[in-house]
Design a protein around this ligand. Structure first.
Ligand SMILES: Nc1ncnc2c1ncn2[C@@H]1O[C@H](COP(=O)(O)OP(=O)(O)OP(=O)(O)O)[C@@H](O)[C@H]1O
Length: 260
């Protein structure tokens, strides 16, 4: 599904990626963790074809970037990031913002096909936002916006859903509601790649974790193996302990502990 091979990225005389290898198979759901500036967003942008490596190969859904029309590949990829959210028009009705996901447009300048409108309304209903379909997008709370953006990303029935910190800025209640929506993707034929800073967002849906450290993959594999106190302490350069509860990992950091 995704094969990253020997990815290097050099920008402004700095090595941002230093030889990343990562393979994600169909049916797996991955979380990418790592310190600020370690290269997580850069990796997502390589997967979506918004950034090209200085060297190395990126294969996504059987296509090698550089040899195919990436716009065609993107039709099968849902991408949720702050930069996408910022481009959406706040005064458009929620259902229309969701419906644009069908074509990866930002706005409609023509009549919307009725089948597309109905699909947007159904996805909004499933997200519990049906009653807000006609509200201007900008009047939604941050949590409601995130749920609507997830519905938008699902409009085109993507094979791959890539998310960059979708729970950022949400309170516990809104976060849990968004995670519950994500959990339901288990029944969809979709592969999820998810960047976060918060281990507790690693709900049972997720199967694998990659730890990024200073432009390299420090560890990657089944979540139970990678989410060890030892590996996480090294990746975050801080002594931490991981505990599991409700099928999710929870992290304890030693306060004022000597840095590793
Ligand atoms: N266009 C660019 N030109 C130069 N340096 C860049 C560029 N984009 C990113 N970087 C640098 O590359 C490094 C990795 O950035 P990236 O955004 O991938 O990190 P991240 O792991 O997503 O961080 P965060 O958790 O803070 O979002 C950072 O040091 C950043 O300053």
């Amino acid at each position: 599904m995704i094969h990253l091979r020997r990815l290097f990225l050099r920008r402004d005389e700095r090595d941002i990626l230093k030889g990343v290898d990562l393979t994600i198979h169909k049916g797996e759901h991955w979380v990418i963790l790592g310190r600020n500036g370690s290269g997580k967003t850069t990796l997502l942008e390589m997967m979506t074809g918004y950034l090209f490596p200085s060297s190395g190969t990126v294969d996504v859904l059987g296509n090698r970037y550089g040899e195919v029309d990436i716009r065609e590949v993107r039709k099968d990829i849902g991408y949720i990031s702050q930069s996408v959210i910022e481009k959406l028009t706040l005064r458009d009705p929620v259902w229309e913002v969701v419906a644009t996901g069908q074509y990866a447009f930002l706005r409609f300048y023509q009549e919307v096909d009725n089948a597309v409108r109905l699909k947007a309304l159904r996805l909004l209903d499933e997200a519990g936002l049906g009653h807000m379909a006609e509200h201007p997008f900008g009047t939604l709370s941050q949590g409601e916006r995130k749920k609507a953006i997830l519905a938008r990303a699902l409009m085109a029935d993507p094979k791959l859903l890539i998310m960059d910190e979708p729970c950022a800025g949400l309170d516990l209640h809104e976060r849990e509601k968004l995670l519950a929506d994500l959990g339901r993707l288990k029944d969809h034929d979709i592969t999820v790649v998810y960047v976060t800073h918060h281990l507790e967002e690693i709900i049972p849906l997720f199967t694998h974790v990659a730890l990024v450290q200073d432009g390299l993959i420090a560890a990657a594999g089944p979540k139970e193996e990678v989410l060890s106190s030892d590996l996480l302490s090294r990746a975050y350069e801080w002594p931490v302990e991981v505990e599991w509860a409700y099928g999710r990992p929870w992290i304890k950091a030693s306060s004022g502990g000597e840095q590793l």
